[in-house]
Design a protein around this ligand. Sequence first.
Ligand SMILES: [Mg+2]
Length: 130
Amino acid sequence: MPERLHDERRRILVVDDEPYIGRIVQLKLEDGPYDVELALDGHSALAVLRSESIIDVILLDIMMPQISGLDVLAELRQLPHRRLTPVIMLTGKGQETDRAQAAALGATDFLTKPFSPKKLLARIDELFLS
Ligand SMILES: [Mg+2]
């Protein structure tokens, strides 16, 4: 696995089938100390995750066509180099069952849509403080 340089910006993979959500998140995070890679579906997300590219945090929408966020989560936790990567799930209101399932599959945290980009940035900052 490639080694990160000490003061490199952290890399966030944002997976959401709604392009504008990815864009808003990207603008906010790249204003902070993060670089964002966008994936619009589960297939491209898994392609990135199977590769050796450095990903420090994954932001993962649950509701996506074909391959859901839960499927992506289950599969990425099988990859030895992604086993411990923090994953923040994006859920809709009233998706409590999905939340429980995601927690069981190894999700790190949850954000309910619609969320404020500021709150998201705070959550990600927290991951690196603890
Ligand atoms: Mg969605």
